[in-house]
Design a protein around this ligand. Structure first.
Ligand SMILES: [Zn+2]
Length: 387
C-alpha cells in the first residue's frame, strides 16, 4: 500500500468514532425525503468543522447541499454523493444513514492531505427513496463541472459493477360522463370501464414483452356504485433495462390507454407523478479501481457484475458523468433491505465496521482518480464511448 493510502487510512481511523456517532444520530432520527433537516445539519456541521465550504440549499431543494474543498494544486474534481433519507415506518431500513456519513468521512480524509490536487465535493442528495433528488441535481447542472462521481450503498454482498432499471412513473386519468347508474345508464360514459379495459390490454402487452416491467394500481375508481364513474385514475411504474427500450414501451402503453378511452368514447390524459430514473451505467474502469482498493483492504469476496431489479437515482448521474454505485455487504449479508432488521443492523457493530470499510474504499478510490492521470483518462474515455 502506498504511503498516501496509509496516511488516508490513518485519517479515516481518526475520524471513525465521530463518523459513527453521526451515523447513529441520523439512524435514530429517521427523516423522510425532502425533510432531512437534522441529517443535513449533522453532515454539514462535520464538513464545516473540517474546512469545507457549504452551499445549502441548492437546486431549489432545502435539504440538498454542496460542500467543497479545494486542493493545493490543479487537478480533477470528484464528487462523493451523500444520501440520508429514511423510509416511512421502517426508518433507515436502506442504510442511508451510513451512506451520507461514509461520503463525508472519505472527503474529510482526502482533505487532510497537503498534496491534494483538484477539488473534493460532497453532494448532499435528498429523497432517494421517493422522487430522487439526484434527478433534480442533474437537471440543475450541479454535475456539470464534475469529473467523477461515487458513493457506496449497504447491501447483502460486495459488488462494484451494477446496473439498474430505467423507470417512468405515469398517472393515467380516464374521463367519461356521470349519470344515474340504473335510471339513466345510457347517458353516462363509464371511465372505470375504460380503465379496466386498459389494465387488460396492458396485461396482454406484458405477456409479449421480453424486456420491461409494467406494474399498476387503481387509485380512483368512482365515488358511488349508484353513479356511472366519470373519472378513474391509475398509477403505473414502467421499467426497462435501458431508457431507449423504456421509451418504446411507454409508447405502447400510451396506445393501450388511448384505445381503451376510444372504446368508450371517453378521454384519457397522462402525466408523470414522480421523476423518471435512467438506468445505472457503471463506469467499469472506476469500478475496477474501487475493487482493487477493496482487495487491498482485505475484502475477499467480490461478486461479478450484477443487474439489479430496482431503480436508483444515481442512474441519472451516471448518464452525465462517470460514476459508480457499489454495494458493500452489511454483516454477513443476511439482512434484507427495506426491513426493520436492516435498519437495526446499520446501527450495530456490523454497521460500524461497514462504515469504516466504505470510508476507506471511497477515500482510496478518490485519491486514485485525483492522482492517476491514466486512470482518469480511461474512465473518461469509457464514458464518452458509451454516450
Ligand atoms: Zn437505498
Amino acid at each position: 500500500m502506498s504511503a498516501l493510502k496509509l496516511f488516508l487510512n490513518e485519517q479515516v481511523q481518526v475520524f471513525w468514532q465521530n463518523a459513527w456517532d453521526a451515523a447513529c444520530k441520523i439512524g435514530n432520527n429517521p427523516e423522510l425525503g425532502y425533510e432531512e433537516f437534522f441529517a443535513v445539519e449533522t453532515l454539514s456541521q462535520l464538513l464545516k468543522e473540517h474546512g469545507f465550504e457549504i452551499e445549502c440549499p441548492v437546486a431549489g431543494m432545502d435539504t440538498a447541499f454542496v460542500a467543497r474543498f479545494k486542493g493545493y494544486r490543479p487537478g480533477p474534481r470528484i464528487a462523493l454523493l451523500a444520501e440520508y433519507d429514511a423510509l416511512p415506518e421502517i426508518g433507515h431500513g436502506c442504510g442511508h444513514n451510513l451512506i451520507g456519513v461514509a461520503s463525508v468521512g472519505a472527503a474529510i480524509a482526502l482533505s487532510k492531505s497537503l498534496s491534494l490536487p483538484g477539488e473534493v465535493w460532497v453532494i448532499g442528495s435528498p429523497a432517494e427513496e421517493t422522487s430522487g433528488g439526484k434527478v433534480t441535481l442533474v437537471e440543475e447542472g450541479i454535475f456539470q463541472d464534475i469529473d467523477v462521481a461515487m458513493m457506496f450503498h449497504p447491501g447483502s454482498q460486495n459488488v462494484a459493477e451494477i446496473s439498474s432499471l430505467a423507470l417512468d412513473a405515469l398517472e393515467f386519468v380516464f374521463l367519461g360522463k356521470a349519470a344515474h347508474a340504473v335510471a339513466a345508464p345510457l347517458y353516462g360514459v363509464n371511465a372505470l370501464d375504460a380503465l379496466i379495459d386498459f389494465f387488460q390490454r396492458v396485461k396482454v402487452l406484458q405477456r409479449e414483452l421480453n424486456d420491461g416491467y409494467i406494474n399498476g394500481i387503481i387509485t380512483e375508481g368512482g365515488i358511488s356504485p349508484n353513479v356511472i364513474p366519470e373519472r378513474a385514475v391509475a398509477r403505473f411504474y414502467l421499467r426497462a433495462r435501458q431508457r431507449k427500450v423504456l421509451e418504446r414501451l411507454r409508447k405502447k402503453v400510451l396506445r393501450c390507454a388511448q384505445d381503451a378511452a376510444k372504446a368508450i368514447n371517453g378521454k384519457v390524459t397522462w402525466s408523470k407523478f414522480e421523476h423518471s430514473y435512467d438506468e445505472m451505467r457503471t463506469n467499469t474502469a472506476l469500478a475496477q479501481a474501487f475493487v482493487k482498493n477493496l482487495r487491498e483492504l482485505g475484502v475477499k469476496y467480490i461478486s461479478p457484475p450484477q443487474s439489479a431489479l430496482g431503480s436508483v437515482d444515481m442512474g441519472n448521474v451516471s448518464q452525465v458523468v462517470p460514476a459508480i454505485h457499489p454495494y458493500l455487504s452489511l454483516g454477513n449479508g443476511v439482512y434484507i433491505p427495506h426491513t426493520r432488521n436492516f435498519a437495526k443492523a446499520c446501527l450495530s457493530s456490523s454497521g460500524r465496521e461497514l462504515l469504516l470499510l466504505a470510508m476507506q474504499a471511497l477515500a482510496y478510490t478518490g485519491w486514485d482518480v485525483l492522482n492517476d492521470e491514466d486512470l482518469l483518462e480511461r474512465i473518461k474515455g469509457e464514458h464518452k464511448s458509451k454516450s
